[in-house]
Design a protein around this ligand. Structure first.
Ligand SMILES: Cc1ncc(COP(=O)(O)O)c(C=O)c1O
Length: 375
């Protein structure tokens, strides 16, 4: 008798955030419910003009362009010129359905192109989809050490791993720890080693220390920047992003994605054009996130939990007493009904920290403050 499941086949591991269900239930017992700071999902509104554009595009009936319409890609390029000070030609840009699918799918497509290579390099404490993309492609996921400021340590990469690498991922500002990489050094490393570099810059608008940076400042050769509207414009539910840079790589990815049927829906592309074109709402969101980071840090200090403000992004990353992030997560859930994410979700090297996302509304953060005061 044959079984439909091969015991040696791939079994998806538990989804990290599903492991928080018991702690969420504990936090939810507080009057006013759980202050959920575990997932980086925006709760503030997107611009009204963007939402209106979704319904007014008249683009429902025909298939959208997989690479993104010329207008969608031009809007993204104009944004990159305005906010990141780089000139990008729309033909060097492709659309993605939010960037998670791009991150998770990339190793598979790169492997089809370079079957002699089998390794994905990614920051040791990072967004889990870099590693998962490698696993889904049957590739080796090799974490790269980070320095004391949570920047990627390029010198620690083994030459043998570099020789096998399909790509190097970097993420700056970084999730979860908020570090800011030296992107000039990253681009140079990729070129020196013949490894394509993918720079996930989805938090670039929320850079707090110094100017915003993209890897494309250092030329396009061998590098691709990845951008999303999810955080920038509170559009995580709408799913729109772009990848841009090295002409040959971008062209390959655009073609393979076209065959695979990845398409940002036409109404979403129309709405995204409106979002890329407006910076005012981003300035407002920056002020909200920065205010909440400062406020939450004060609240944690009252609990004797110290943490630095991040160089970028919207996460606090306190070190857990005794290095036990699960114990700190439980304490916050029990004592003040706040839910955070234990750092092991982002790699073993993050296990001693807790990630707290300031995505909840101000009122929820103030609720946490009142609970602290009332202890
Ligand atoms: C570093 C990083 N990259 C990519 C993503 C994916 O975002 P989206 O798929 O919404 O564009 C996230 C979402 O949390 C993230 O933190």
């Amino acid at each position: 008798m044959t079984s439909s499941t091969d015991p040696a086949g791939f079994r998806p591991p538990p989804y990290p955030y599903d492991r928080l269900v018991p702690l969420r239930a504990i936090a939810a017992q507080h009057d006013g419910g759980c202050v959920d700071l575990s997932i980086g999902t925006p709760s503030d509104p997107p611009p009204a003009a963007v939402v209106a554009a979704l319904g007014a595009s008249n683009l429902e009936r025909s298939y959208p362009l997989s690479v993104g319409s010329e207008a969608f890609r031009r809007a993204a390029c104009e944004w990159m010129q305005r906010r990141l000070d780089v000139a990008v030609d729309p033909q060097d840009v492709g659309a993605c359905v939010g960037t998670k699918e791009f991150v998770a799918g990339l190793p598979h497509w790169l492997r089809l192109r370079s079957p002699q290579r089998d390794t994905v390099l990614y920051p040791a404490v990072s967004y889990p989809s870099y590693e998962m993309g490698a696993i889904l492609a049957g590739a080796r996921a090799v974490p790269v050490a980070m320095d004391a400021e949570w920047r990627i340590d390029l010198d620690s990469i083994d030459d043998a791993d570099a020789a096998r690498a399909l790509c190097l991922w970097v993420n700056t500002p970084g999730n979860p720890a908020g570090g800011l990489d030296d992107l000039a050094a990253v681009a140079a490393w990729g070129r020196d080693h013949g490894v394509p570099v993918f720079s996930d810059e989805c938090y670039v608008e929320f850079t707090w220390n110094g100017p915003r940076h993209t890897i494309l400042e250092h030329g396009h050769d061998g590098v691709v920047a990845v951008h999303s509207l999810s955080k920038r414009s509170n559009l995580a539910g709408v799913r729109a992003g772009v990848f841009a840079g090295d002409r040959e790589l971008v062209h390959y990815l655009r073609e393979v994605r076209k065959h695979a049927g990845f398409m940002v829906p036409g109404p979403v592309q129309a709405a995204a054009e409106v979002a890329w074109a407006d910076d005012q709402h981003v300035e407002e969101q920056r002020a909200r996130y920065h205010g909440r980071l400062v406020r939450l840090r004060e609240i944690l200090a009252q609990l004797d939990i110290a943490c630095a403000l991040p160089g970028g992004g919207f996460y606090l990353w306190p070190e857990a007493p005794g290095g036990d992030a699960w114990a700190l997560a439980r304490r916050l859930a029990e004592d003040i009904g706040v839910l955070g994410s234990p750092g092991e979700f982002y790699g073993a090297a993050g296990a001693g920290h807790l990630r707290l996302a300031v995505v909840a509304p101000d009122a929820a953060i103030e609720l946490a403050a009142r609970r602290v005061a009332a202890r």
